[in-house]
Design a protein around this ligand. Structure first.
Ligand code: SF4
Length: 286
């Protein structure tokens, strides 16, 4: 149950990382020097939902949890898809290696706020290995986090580009790119094991969560129920700038803020504007 070579297929062609150089297969093998790769060849690999729960519960801290997430193979459909995309690539990035593994959370290890999205994009985080990095959605969220003082740079191009988040961490409903951006209920439930543990580890400092889209909103509420939080009834409804006050087991409140997803479908059409995104992020600090 340790990290080894890809089982569903990999490209033997070694290509240089756009920032770090070097030479990497697609998907990237552990221990080969990819910037920020949290795993080693000894990192245990989850192959089903039960081992996700076991390995998540046994992760003593965020670095080990990130490592275990980054080598997970528990969802056969998603593993096949992420690795197929990593080998086939998009023409614009044919000369680059693709991460092709799950994307762990990114940002501050003691954040006051979280951002929860859907899942990596096939040619975004599945290529770069970092949440919301290398695609148009990422351009929007990192620029907004920079305007709000949470990000040290306004863009996120590649792992190893120097970007740091301060006071915020980005997590996800699922850590692998799904075909057609759609997860099955079973995949959401399986990856929820990683999310639950990440929330447990982060809760001592977290005061608020920005949910990008209905899927992120629902995933956060579902995780909260599993973790014994107080969730208002009826279930709070998602909407842009909607706010729900949740109760943590230690009695502290947790503010959940809704925000339309930073997908191109929303940003190109004007359903989500920069001003709307900035206003939703501002509610995290109210
Ligand atoms: S979606 Fe989550 S649980 Fe499924 S393979 Fe990816 S990391 Fe593992």
């Amino acid at each position: 149950m340790t990290a080894g070579p890809s089982e569903a297929g990999s490209s033997a062609v070694l290509l240089p990382h756009p920032v770090a150089g070097g030479a990497f297969a697609s998907p990237v093998a552990t221990g080969t020097g990819w910037p920020g790769d949290p795993a080693t060849a000894r990192t245990p690999v989850a192959h089903d939902a039960e081992t996700v729960r076991e390995l998540a519960a046994g992760a003593p801290g965020l670095p080990e949890l990130d490592a275990r997430i980054s080598v997970c193979r528990a969802c056969p459909r998603l593993v096949e898809w992420r690795e197929q995309v990593a080998v086939a690539k998009r023409a614009a990035w044919r000369g680059e290696p693709y991460w092709g593994r799950p994307a762990p959370g990114f940002g501050d290890e003691h954040p006051s706020a979280l951002v929860i999205g859907l899942a990596p994009a096939a040619h975004g985080a599945n290529r770069t290995g970092r949440m919301f990095t290398g695609d148009r959605s990422g351009d929007w969220i990192y620029a907004a986090l920079h305007r709000a003082g949470y990000a040290t740079q306004a863009s996120s191009v590649a792992a190893g580009d120097g970007l740091e988040l301060r006071g915020v961490r980005i997590v996800a409903t699922a850590r692998c790119a799904p075909p057609a951006n759609a997860l099955t209920p079973a995949e959401r439930a399986t990856c929820g094991g990683w999310l639950d543990r990440e929330l447990e580890l982060l809760l001592p400092s977290v005061r608020s969560v920005l949910a990008l889209g209905q899927v992120g909103w629902d995933a956060l509420l579902a995780a909260g129920r599993r973790l014994g939080w107080r969730i208002p009834r009826p279930k709070p409804r998602f909407g842009h700038s909607a706010v729900a006050e949740l109760g943590l087991p230690d009695g502290r409140p947790l503010r959940l803020v809704g925000c339309y997803h930073v997908s191109q479908q929303n940003t190109f059409t004007g359903k989500l504007t920069e001003q709307m995104l900035d206003a939703a992020i501002a509610r995290l600090r109210e």
